[in-house]
Design a binder for this molecule. Structure first.
Ligand code: LFR
Length: 493
């Protein structure tokens, strides 16, 4: 049998993880091989990624993986969050360290862009949600604030595509990441000339589009020599991490399904065959993100575990060390009935003193949290309620109901949140795989290499090879009454 070894480099907001996958007789194994931390670096009020550190860690992780597997790894691919980009000179030198999508420069730009081209006109072309972290708003803000950098640039590569380029690949723009810029026409499948014109942005900065599963190059000789390691082919995965994660949803057959891709963000959505681009869909905040093998991720972002991650970061600065598992366990043992926040409140978006801001929001709605554990309880039950809110909207907009929800990604390990999600939505939760993003990245490489036929076969392999836990709705709480209070408190009704 052909050597199937493939390496996934999966970058997230809080860290990078490398996995090696191998495939035999329709079953796969995925071995975590290297991890590193990632973080936001604030410089004079501007938010950046520690980009050189990320690249250095990828090189090291790649060499570790090749060493562990006797230099036999045949292919690699990189996925990451979307939106963020590097601007390059003609020779590929970075003009600025990539900004973090939470950077405050995009404040107010959704409204300002509306004056350049009305939102619904944009939506009918791009099908994307309007969120201030999107690439188009960063480019508009950058044009105004740092136009000199932008006009010097010869190329723009998105973070995972640039990292692939540094590893040895050609310059390319991967489709799933292009699809969420709010500059890409998903119906015509190309950059939207009219939007570029209306926004006054340069389309010539972008490299040719490639698709998940395409071969894009080979690890350079320079890196192999520097790291004393063997070469491998470089593939495009779903470069957008959420596209890779959803590719590894262990759904069976060809039917649409609901999912929550749970990590720093909670992406609550349904996989569809066709986009929904109505006004109602736009107003409900949904985007049609491009998926692996042209599936549509019909999605709305919920702030997700970011809120807890920020709390843990701030508590650590205050000398209090908590683990996520420990906090979830303690929070499951306290009651804070009727206490809720809207996880998508704008105040929670940028890095901040999260415990303080959340406590303030609780106070505004009439509840004073007594301690950190209560705060975690309130955040968790608010997330579960917000999931129900989004799921109900999906069912209305797709005009169908679903029995269960696949929860994939690191957040699927939070059993307390899974149980509350089952309770509040009244749906069975199928939790796992926790490493969906890395797994989806590898499955896509295997499709590209011809080792798997298509996404359905890839998902069947995933279902056979990964642990999936079930959570059944329990009826010991007055969930409808509590949900009603959530809607009232957050004014979502
Ligand atoms: C998840 C994710 C989301 C995207 C957000 C910002 O990691 O990629 O899909 O909306 O990060 O890029």
């Amino acid at each position: 049998m052909e050597n199937s070894l493939a390496l996934a480099v999966d970058l997230g907001g809080s860290g990078g993880k490398l996995f090696v996958g191998s495939l035999e007789n329709g079953k796969a194994s995925f071995t975590p091989i290297y991890q590193f931390k990632n973080r936001i670096v604030i410089v004079k009020g501007r938010a950046y990624w520690d980009f050189l550190h990320i690249f250095d860690e990828i090189k090291t992780g790649y060499a570790v993986a090749q060493r562990e597997f006797g230099g036999q790894i045949q292919s690699m691919a990189i996925d990451a969050w979307c939106n963020d980009y590097a601007l390059l000179t003609k020779n590929g030198t970075m003009l600025e360290t990539p900004r973090n999508y939470r950077d405050s420069r995009t404040e107010g730009w959704i409204e300002r862009a509306d004056e350049l081209m009305p939102k619904f006109e944009v939506y009918q072309r791009t099908g994307q949600q309007f969120a201030r972290f999107e690439t188009c708003y960063h480019l508009l803000a950058q044009k105004e604030q740092d136009g000199d950098i932008l006009s010097l640039a010869q190329d723009l590569l998105f973070v995972p595509d640039y990292l692939s380029y540094l590893m040895g690949a050609q310059k390319y723009t991967e489709y799933t990441i292009a699809s969420v810029t709010n500059l890409y026409n998903i119906l015509e499948n190309k950059w939207d000339d009219d939007i570029f014109r209306a926004y006054g942005l340069r389309q010539d900065l972008f490299s040719p589009i490639v698709y998940p599963g395409d071969k894009v190059g080979r690890v350079s000789q320079e890196i192999c020599e520097e790291m004393h390691t063997a070469a491998a082919d470089i593939y495009a995965a779903g470069a957008h991490d959420t596209a890779s994660a959803v590719a590894a949803t262990p759904a069976q057959g060809d039917d649409d399904f609901l999912f929550i891709s749970s990590g720093t963000w909670s992406l609550v959505g349904a996989e569809l065959k066709e986009p929904i681009m109505t006004k109602a869909s736009m107003e409900a905040g949904f985007g049609n993100e491009g998926g692996v093998q042209n599936r549509v991720r019909y999605i709305r972002n919920v702030m997700g575990l970011w809120i807890l991650q920020e709390c843990v970061r701030v508590w650590k600065q205050q000398g209090k060390e908590y683990t996520f598992a420990g906090l979830a366990d303690m929070a499951s043992k306290v009651q804070c009935d009727g206490a809720f926040i809207d996880p998508d409140d704008e105040r929670l978006f940028e890095p901040t003193d999260m415990p303080d801001v959340v406590a303030q929001m609780c106070k505004e709605s009439g509840y004073v949290p007594k301690n950190d554990v209560e705060l975690v309880r309130i955040i968790t039950q608010s997330l579960a309620c917000k999931y129900r809110y989004v799921v109900e909207k999906i069912e209305t907009l797709t005009n169908r109901s679903y029995d269960g929800i696949h929860v994939i990604g690191g957040g699927s390990q939070n059993g307390f949140l899974n149980q509350l999600t089952a309770d509040f939505t009244g749906k069975k939760i199928l939790a796992g795989p926790a490493d969906a993003t890395g797994i989806g990245n590898i499955l896509t490489q295997w499709i590209g290499r011809g080792l798997l036929k298509d996404l359905n076969e890839a998902r069947a392999v995933c279902a056979r090879s990964c642990d999936i836990r079930e959570y059944i709705p329990s009826c010991h709480q007055d969930v409808d009454g509590q949900y009603e209070l959530f809607l009232q408190t957050t004014k979502l009704k």
